[in-house]
Design a protein around this ligand. Sequence first.
Ligand code: PEP
Ligand code: MG
Length: 560
Amino acid sequence: MTTAAHPARAAGTVLTGRGVSPGTACAPLARLAAPPVTSAADPAGADARTECARIDDALGAVAADLQARAGTADPAAAGVLEATAAIALDPTLAAAAHQRVRAGTPAAHAVTLAVEEFCTRLAGLGGYLAERATDVRDVGHRTVARLLGVAPPGLPPPGHPVVLTAADLSPADTAALAGSDVVALLTEQGGPTSHTAIIARALGLPAVVGCPDAARIAAGATVLLDGGTGTVQVDPPPAARAAAAARPVAGPGRASGPGRTADGAAVPLLSNIGTERQALDAAAGGSEGIGLLRTELLYLDRGTAPTRAEQRDQLLRILRAFGSRRVVVRTLDAGSDKPLPFLPLGEEANPALGVRGLRTAAGHPQLLTEQLAAIAEAAGEAGRGVDVMAPMIATAAEAARFAELVRAAGPLRAGAMIEVPAAALRARELCRTVDFVSIGTNDLGQYLMAADRTVGALGELLDPWQPALLDLVGLVGEAGRATGTPVGVCGEAAADPQLAVVLVGLGATSLSTAPAARDAVAAALARHDRDTCRRAADLARAADGPAAARAAVAALLERT
Ligand code: PEP
Ligand code: MG
């Protein structure tokens, strides 16, 4: 998390990273406490059996601590903390550490090595799981701190506003941010879909990620961070500090109530959900519905496929919590970055381009038909409609086949995610086969730019403000209008309040975000009418890059 000391950057230097959460903040820089370091030369403990038991106790205590924090965190952070706690309880992690202890490695170092082996395996899988390496390392650091009897890594309470910097932030670090003294985030690593980016947007904290030079700024130096442009000025001149102090700290603002534009057009603001707990919290928190239920996240740690009854019962609880509000269930998006242990797909040279999402149904048709049957049963028992969409649809023919299966399963509405450029280019044909579409800008950007969405160094290409990506969204918006098909956006792009205005201008009829991001998006939409949304969309598409698009739209929205 914390890097070694580097020569401090000179006053006035402007560093550049990737702005992932808009707003500006000016405050002294604080660094996360360094994680404990272990070595093979550390003193060996008692016998192997006792040391293995100590490891199990430490992992269990870390999991319990994370679960306790999940209990009091906001819904977005709670889901992340629960998933991290599950890593600490993963028996393969403990087993790998035990094996090393039995070979003579001291307990704390055995955990470090086991964690690194785990991370290497995740990195090999790429995508979503590769990004989880930060979470696994965090579990490792906390476990090691317990074994060594030292303080866990993290931010000591500074007692005054700070810009928090680190190599990258773990879920546990980010979960502690709400209500803390941290006014902005700056990380050396990370891309637009990293936890730092997602949680920063959810909390409305300005954030810049992928800024390697952040390691060179001296702790305590005042920095002026702009989460829109991705710039960080070290020791800014007094005039710039005064101007920053005069601006509101975090730009987006908040508004509750249903999503609508200033001229009254309804734009339902739905929630992206990955756990049952998140769903129940979102329902209780007044969410307008679920726009993306990532069902594969419910089963990532399962060794065997969930039964139809299990799937039905879990969905039924979620449906009941949402009453008559819209719920869009995505069928298992397995493979590539989200391999499911119970779904063997074999080795692939390019998993992101291989058998994933709906494509897994060709080899395992029963998984899809069982899931659809479970959804239909839950809908029937709840006495309400449910929308079901498939991930990774490339052609209208695939969408048509999926829609047929959905409709055969019961009175369900069929949808297609648009996250492959081919699907966007032929959106009109595709829209004619389904009841709705939902644009997954995370994958759409990845495939459009041929840029792995988890690689921080490719952040510029993956920026959701890329005009080429907005062109594709615009094509889908036009297809939706022409065919009368509702067009949702459920990728991370929808959580950026100013980009949300652009997406509506491009034809999005609903948006789905992390629950904590919705009020900021609602506030942005409430300030602008549909004509302004369209003008913002035109300006963004006409720009020659993401930074120019952001700047042009920010200038327009400030004036209107
Ligand atoms: C997307 O690709 O934009 C999306 C919403 O799906 P996921 O992030 O789960 O791949
Ligand atoms: Mg996707």
